[in-house]
Design a protein around this ligand. Structure first.
Ligand SMILES: [Zn+2]
Length: 262
């Protein structure tokens, strides 16, 4: 079997989610590690949390591939007594590299939002808008649904604990816009392109107000539940692409939303 290194995995991820698709403010790519380090085990997860680092160490992995960049804004210290510095120290001490594919994976064909559209069962899925690239998708339901029934459907297919519905009136949903994570900025655009509902996470009070005023239902399924499905898809993609290499791919199956409903 051929040997694999960090750079080769990075290239495989970049084929799915090219770096140029990332937003300007984003920080994807190799965040910790050496491109030439040999990789025999990879751990795929959504967030590089303390317990995920522990899992990767337990597995004796050399690389974590995550959706959210561990290092996002410029850091001015690496203090072991603070959460981020502590994580960086643990990763380095354990020779663990970290690679992130964030908004480039949101935008990519077959990425976060195609996976989300597929989970919801949308058909005729296309980009939201007329741009060459978009994070958001627009697709049709096979059968029209009421807002409440659609929200229940989303809750079920995403296995979400907590769904919030902004019911914008008594009209059925045929066309749906989606943006996993925090996509409330695109609600009105989805309405403009004919959606009766939008699925995203992190919706704020005034986003909900604007949605009602613009007569588009919003299903806030949570940042976590709208993005977590990508972990399995990304792990499967890596298994397939790296099948001729001496490398094993493990995926996080135990992550939970930070929010609980009381
Ligand atoms: Zn996210």
């Amino acid at each position: 079997m051929r040997k694999c290194n960090v750079q080769m995995v990075a290239e495989v991820v970049n084929r799915l989610a090219p770096r140029r698709l990332a937003e300007e403010w984003d920080n994807p790519g190799l965040l910790i590690g050496d491109p030439t380090t040999e990789v025999k085990k990879i751990f795929v997860c959504l967030d590089v949390l303390d317990d995920k680092i522990s899992q990767a160490i337990e597995l004796d992995a050399q690389l974590i591939v995550a959706h959210h960049p561990l290092i996002f804004r410029a850091i001015k210290n690496v203090r072991f007594d603070l959460p981020l510095g502590n994580k960086i120290a643990r990763l380095i001490k354990n020779n663990l590299a970290v690679f992130a594919a964030h908004t480039n994976l949101d935008t990519a064909t077959g990425g976060v939002n195609d996976v989300l559209s597929e989970k919801i069962g949308l058909v005729d899925v296309k980009l939201l808008g007329e741009e060459e690239f978009s994070m958001c998708r627009l697709g049709n339901l096979k059968e029209p649904l009421t807002a409440a029934d659609f929200a229940r459907h989303v809750k079920k297919v995403l296995n979400a604990d907590n769904i919030r519905l902004v019911d914008a009136g008594n009209f059925l949903i045929r066309k749906v816009g989606v943006c996993g994570g925090a996509g409330a900025d695109f609600i009105q655009k989805a309405k403009f392109f004919g959606a009766q509902a939008f699925v995203t996470g992190d919706v704020k009070y005034h986003d909900a107000q604007a949605a009602v005023e613009n007569e588009i239902h919003v299903v806030d399924a949570g940042h976590f539940a709208t993005e977590f499905p990508i972990v399995h898809v990304l792990a499967e993609y890596l298994r397939d692409e790296l099948k001729d290499f001496d490398v094993e791919i493990f995926e996080d199956t135990s992550a939970k939303d930070f929010f609980a409903t009381i």
